[in-house]
Ligand binder design. Structure first.
Ligand code: ADP
Ligand code: MG
Length: 238
């Protein structure tokens, strides 16, 4: 579960085609990182996959099913944004449980699912606290907890660490990799940070102006960048 394909997907806003016809296959359980300069279409790509943005043409296929017309909640996908809002008046428990409340999940299942997410994220001791009583890293983990609590097949992360300081980013990178190792979901992670891309990815997708310039393992891209742009971004220019 969690195999994802883009088939000739495009996106236009007014007359501007910001995603050119794009094909991409992502395997079940893969950790894929999208990199590219600001404005190249990374967020648009994630939002289309999540169903938060309609595609202009093409097909998005998840586990052999075309999901173009499927509502976001029906896609088995959840997304963590760069700026995440926790509810300040609610406990950590209720913040994580929120998507389950919306889905009217029975209380016994809520307890079980929240406690599993809290386990993975090492938040068990903090469930009764309010977000204001937590560190930045813990708050970020609560946001991730909320995304994983429904145990989706695919997680999308849109620059989730860019508001954190360098030390915390490094720590969260390790945590996210550990999380991936435990949950084994498909993850697509957007960043403009090449170190994040190199250290976290099974597969890197380099985007420029709505076009995939290259897609491959970190080592492939480093040693055999297809052009100067990729080399400049992650490759070894020599
Ligand atoms: P990235 O996340 O890589 O910085 P985005 O996906 O946010 O890039 O944006 C890609 C392009 O699409 C940019 O040129 C941006 O201005 C444009 N764009 C994104 N969202 C909209 C929108 N809702 N309306 C019009 N243009 C948009
Ligand atoms: Mg973006």
């Amino acid at each position: 579960m969690g195999q994802l394909s883009l088939r000739a997907v495009t996106k236009s806003f007014d007359k501007a085609e910001v995603i050119k016809p794009t094909n991409l296959d992502i395997n079940e359980g893969e950790f894929v990182v999208f990199v590219g300069p600001s404005g190249c279409g990374k967020s648009t790509m994630l939002r289309m996959i999540a169903g938060l943005e309609e595609i202009t043409s093409g097909e998005i296929v998840i586990d052999d099913k075309v999901v173009n017309n499927l509502a976001p909640v029906k896609r088995g996908i959840s997304m963590v944004f760069q700026s995440y809002a926790l509810y300040p008046h609610m406990s950590v428990y209720e913040n994580i449980a929120f998507p389950l409340r919306v889905a009217r999940t029975p209380q016994a299942d809520v307890d079980r699912l929240v406690s599993r997410a809290a386990d993975v994220l090492k938040l068990n001791e903090r469930l009764k606290h309010k977000p204001g009583e937590l560190s930045g890293g813990q708050r970020q983990r609560v946001a991730i907890g909320r995304a994983i609590v429904r145990e989706p097949k695919v997680f999308l992360f849109d620059e989730p660490l860019s508001n954190l300081d360098a030390a915390l980013r490094a720590e969260m990178r390790v945590e996210l990799k550990r999380l991936h190792g435990q949950l084994k979901n498909t993850m697509i992670y957007v960043t403009h940070d090449q170190i994040e891309a190199m250290t976290m990815a099974d597969k890197i997708v380099v985007l420029r102006d709505g076009v995939i310039e290259q897609c491959g393992s970190p080592l492939e891209l480093y040693h055999k960048p297809q052009n100067k742009f990729v080399a400049g971004f992650i490759g070894n220019p020599n």
